[in-house]
Ligand binder design. Structure first.
Ligand code: HEM
Length: 428
C-alpha cells in the first residue's frame, strides 16, 4: 500500500504528461536500472517531453527529469542557475544534502569550486596523463596476460576492478595494500546495501565508510609529508600549505576522486568486454584500422553510459523545456536518455565508432565535466589496444549479471574466457 507521502508524490507527478499519467516508473529506484539502462522506457519519456515532473518513492522526493540533450546541456552548463551544492547523487536534495558539500568538487559551486579544481587539474591533463601510461601497461600485463587461454574467470573481479585500483594507486602514489584498504571503503561511501547497490538507503554505513576513508587518507597525508611528491596526495598537500584549500577539502577530494575514478571506469571496462564478446568482429576491424580505436572508446562510453542521473538544484526560477522550474527544485539529467537522443545522435541505437557528433555527454558537460575524463579514456584505450595487439577474443562463458544501483549502472560479474587468435606481435 502507498504511504501518504508516496500517494501525494504520485498524484502530483501524474499531471505531467500522457506517459506520466499512464504511470511513470520510479526513476530514483535501483530496480529500474538493474538490467542496465532501461532504453525502451527512457525513449518513451524522451519522446513525450524534454522535461518531466517525476516522483520517486525510493528517494522520497519529486524532481524534474531531463531527457533530451539540448536541455541537459542547459542544466549542466549553467552553474549560476543549476547548482551542485546540495549534491548530485539520486538521494541528495534539500532534505539530504551531500555531507561533503562545499568541499568535494562535485558538490561545490562558485569561486571555491574553481579553487579546488585548480588544485588538482594539472594532474589530469592529456600531456600529464600520457606520461603515466607505464603503470597502466604494467597492470595490463600483470592482470590480463596470465588469463589468456585459461579457464573461465570473472572479468570484473580479476581484471576490471584491480585495473581501476592499480591506475588509481598510481595517481595517488599509493602501494597495493594501501590502495586495497581504501578500495574496500568505496562501495560503502555511496551508501550501499550490498557491495554493488549504490542506492543511498544505508546512510549510517555510508557515514562510517566516509569516516574510515577520511581517517585512512589522513594517515597517508602524514606519511606523504614530503609535499614535493608528484602525485595527487602531494599536489593537494601543497595546495593546502599554500592556503587555498583546507584539510577537509583535501580529504573530501581524495575520497571523491577515488570513488568516481574507480567505480565508473570499472563499469566501462566490463561494458567494453561485453561489447567485444557480443560483436567479436570488432577486434579484427580495429586491428585492420587502429585509427578507429579512439572513436570506438568514445562510442563505448556513450553506449555503456555508466552514470544513471546527474542532479542539480535550481538556485532561482527558470524555464526549461517549456516547464517552470522553481527555486529550490531538484533537477536530474537522465543520462541514459540523453546519450541516445536522436536530436543529437543520428541512429542513436546503432553502435557506430565513426559517428561525427563530437564528444558525448558520458562525462557530463560544462563546469563539472569529469575531471578524470582523459584518465578514463586512456585506460579504456590501453585495454582495447591490449586486446587488439594480442589478438584476444573475449568469449562469454556464462550470463553476465548487472548492478542494482540508482547511481551507477552496468555489469557486476562477467564470466569470460580470453582466447588468442594467432600469435601476439611480441612472439612473432
Ligand atoms: C568511464 C569513466 C568515468 C565516467 C563515465 C565518469 C563520469 C563523470 C560524470 C558524468 C561527471 C559529471 C558529474 C556532474 O556534472 O555533477 C564526472 C565528474 C567527475 N569525475 Fe568522472 N567519470 C569517469 C572516470 C573518472 C576518473 C577516472 C576520475 C579520476 C581519476 C574521475 C573523477 C571525477 C571528478 C573529480 C569529477 C567531479 C568534477 C567536478 O565536479 O568538477 N572520473 N564524472
Amino acid at each position: 500500500m502507498l504511504s501518504q507521502q508516496d500517494a501525494h508524490l504520485s498524484a502530483r507527478a501524474s499531471s505531467c504528461c500522457t506517459e506520466c499519467a499512464a504511470g511513470a516508473p520510479d526513476f530514483g529506484s535501483a530496480e529500474l536500472f538493474s538490467n542496465g539502462q532501461p532504453h525502451a522506457v527512457l525513449a518513451r519519456f524522451r519522446e513525450a517531453a524534454a522535461v518531466h515532473r517525476l516522483a520517486s518513492a525510493a528517494v522520497g522526493d519529486e524532481f524534474w527529469g531531463v531527457f533530451r540533450a539540448e536541455e541537459a546541456k542547459v542544466v549542466l552548463g549553467d552553474d549560476d542557475v543549476f547548482l551542485s551544492g546540495q549534491g548530485v547523487f539520486p538521494w541528495n536534495g534539500p532534505a539530504n544534502p551531500d555531507p561533503l558539500r562545499g568541499s568535494i568538487l562535485i558538490a561545490t559551486d562558485g569561486e571555491h569550486r574553481g579553487v579546488v579544481r585548480s588544485a588538482m587539474k594539472e594532474l589530469f591533463t592529456k600531456r600529464r596523463v600520457e606520461t603515466r601510461t607505464t603503470a597502466l601497461t604494467e597492470a595490463l600485463e600483470r592482470l590480463v596476460r596470465p588469463r589468456i587461454g585459461t579457464a573461465s574467470f570473472d572479468f570484473n573481479a580479476e581484471i576490471a576492478w584491480p585495473l581501476a585500483l592499480a591506475s588509481m594507486a598510481d595517481l595517488l602514489g599509493l602501494d597495493e595494500p594501501q590502495m586495497a584498504e581504501i578500495g574496500d571503503q568505496v562501495a560503502g561511501i555511496l551508501g550501499d546495501t550490498g557491495s554493488e547497490a549504490f542506492t543511498g538507503t544505508d546512510r549510517e554505513s555510508a557515514r562510517q565508510a566516509l569516516a574510515k576513508a577520511a581517517g585512512l587518507f589522513s594517515d597517508l597525508m602524514v606519511e606523504h609529508r614530503n609535499a614535493g611528491l608528484n602525485n595527487l596526495i602531494g599536489h593537494l598537500h601543497r595546495a593546502e600549505r599554500a592556503g587555498g584549500i583546507s584539510r577537509k577539502d583535501v580529504l573530501s577530494n581524495l575520497i571523491g576522486v577515488v570513488v568516481g575514478g574507480t567505480v565508473a571506469p570499472r563499469l566501462a571496462f566490463t561494458g567494453l568486454a561485453v561489447l567485444l564478446a557480443r560483436e567479436p568482429s570488432w577486434l579484427s576491424r580495429l586491428a585492420a584500422a587502429p585509427e578507429l580505436v579512439s572513436g570506438f572508446v568514445d562510442e563505448a562510453l556513450r553506449w555503456t553510459a555508466p552514470t544513471t542521473t546527474i542532479g542539480r538544484t535550481a538556485g532561482r526560477d527558470a524555464e526549461l523545456g517549456g516547464r517552470l522550474i522553481r527555486r529550490g527544485d531538484t533537477v536530474r539529467v537522465v543520462l541514459g536518455a540523453v546519450l541516445r537522443d536522436p536530436r543529437c545522435y543520428r541512429d542513436p541505437d546503432v553502435f557506430d565508432p565513426l559517428r561525427r557528433e563530437g564528444t558525448s555527454m558520458a562525462f557530463g558537460f560544462g563546469p563539472h565535466h569529469c575531471l578524470g575524463a582523459v584518465v578514463a579514456k586512456s585506460q579504456l584505450t590501453a585495454l582495447l589496444e591490449f586486446f587488439v595487439e594480442n589478438r584476444l577474443r573475449v568469449v562469454l562463458s556464462g550470463q553476465p549479471t548487472t548492478t542494482t544501483s540508482n547511481t551507477f549502472t552496468g555489469y557486476r560479474t562477467v564470466p569470460v574466457r580470453l582466447l588468442q587468435d594467432g600469435p601476439s606481435p611480441a612472439s612473432r
